[in-house]
Design a protein around this ligand. Structure first.
Ligand code: SF4
Length: 370
């Protein structure tokens, strides 16, 4: 267990606040909804796959759980470990304290950096406070950080396509602030000022809309023809795969339900992509109780997906609610198989190895004493 040192009191806590999602005030019975339906015929669900947890989210959540097991509560986490209300609430119940900044963490305590990554300045501030840290940054975000550092060292200017203010973008920007300009979308391209249009590279946030990013890059290349591409795609496999799956489901759906939190970039993008690809209506919900049954009145076919930070249990609850309203026929629409697994952060692997080694010594000791 980590022992907070009390000599340097932490700043007044500004713990991460999670807005309460709106829940429909009155539930309507399935018969009432059926009577008001604007269609006849069988209802069905198209369940997009892949959906839900990606390898980076799984790794980050397991890292926090293992830290709790190894050190005991409290374990501090800077920002939401992943952008999902259910995950954050569940970990809070187990003894995790989510904070906005390192100055809220008692000196010497254990702090986990979230999957979205942090800037070198944040790491430095944690070191200055003597915090023990576990870096749960997704390896695919770390890859983008490394690219930023490498291009900045080669004196490139970096056009970082992403959402200003998003934690991941703050972290990547912080690797090379002097060399980086954030580009929120195609509408900003004309205002960008660069020192040398022949020494430019673009990088991106990992969870953007694939199509919108390409639109931004096309506009950038029209303006800066010598703009260099990143060495490999920055938009990650999980984001691309979930968008590809919902593109397939959306044209046949009267309603698409995206399970995911409002601050989850990839979940919000899924709703946008669903509408863009033909869903007549799309709604994002944190959990099943947020679904308004009146949405079903015009929806013979409902598409369902979930963001990369959403545990499957939440999708299961949505499917159970849909079944109650006559949508028991569920067809999974699979567009890719995923088998990527990331190893745990090195700090937690080392801690677990130490525990194993101690256990071995203990077992050996017992054997010797027989
Ligand atoms: S969405 Fe992509 S970048 Fe983000 S944690 Fe998952 S795998 Fe990593």
């Amino acid at each position: 267990m980590t022992t907070p040192v009390t000599s340097d009191a932490p700043a007044r806590p500004r713990h991460v606040s999670i807005p309460t999602p709106i829940v429909p005030p009155k539930r309507r019975a399935p018969e009432e909804i059926a009577a008001a339906s604007t269609f006849s015929g069988e209802r069905r669900v198209l369940l997009a796959a892949p959906r839900g947890y990606c390898a980076g989210v799984d790794r980050a959540v397991v890292a926090v759980e293992k830290a709790l097991e190894r050190y005991g509560p409290p374990v501090y986490v800077r920002k939401e470990i992943v952008h999902n209300r259910h995950v954050v609430e569940t970990l809070t119940e187990k003894g995790v304290v989510f904070v906005e900044e390192t100055d809220e963490v008692p000196e010497g305590a254990l702090l986990v950096f979230s999957a979205h990554g942090v800037s070198p300045a944040v790491k430095q501030s944690a070191e200055d406070r003597g915090l023990q840290t576990i870096d749960a940054t997704c390896p695919l975000v770390t890859k983008v950080h490394r690219e930023a550092v490498r291009f900045a060292k080669q004196d490139y200017e970096i056009l970082l396509v992403g959402h200003d203010g998003h934690e991941e973008v703050e972290g990547t920007y912080g690797e090379a602030p002097e060399n980086t300009t954030i580009v929120n979308g195609p509408w900003e391209v004309d205002q960008i000022e660069v020192k040398d249009p022949d020494r430019l590279v673009w990088l991106s946030q990992t969870t953007l809309s694939v199509d919108e990013t390409m639109e931004t890059v096309t506009r950038l290349k029209e303006r800066f023809p010598n703009l260099q591409d990143p060495p490999s795609d920055d938009i990650c496999y999980a984001t691309s795969n979930r968008q590809a799956a919902i593109k397939k489901v959306a044209p046949d759906s009267d309603l698409v339900i995206v399970v995911g939190s409002a601050n989850s970039s990839n979940s919000v993008r899924l709703k946008e992509v669903a509408l863009e690809y033909g869903a007549r209506r799309a709604e994002r919900v944190d959990f099943a109780a947020q679904i308004d049954e009146t949405w079903f009145q015009d929806a013979q076919t409902i598409g369902v997906t979930s963001g990369a930070s959403v545990p499957d249990v939440l999708v299961g609850e949505v499917l159970r609610l849909l079944e109650d309203y006559g949508y028991g026929d569920v067809e999974e629409v699979v567009t890719a198989e995923e088998d990527i697994v990331f190893s745990l952060p090195k700090e937690i692997r080392k801690a677990l190895q130490e525990v194993e080694a101690n256990d071995d010594v203990g077992r050996g000791g017992r054997r010797r004493s027989r």
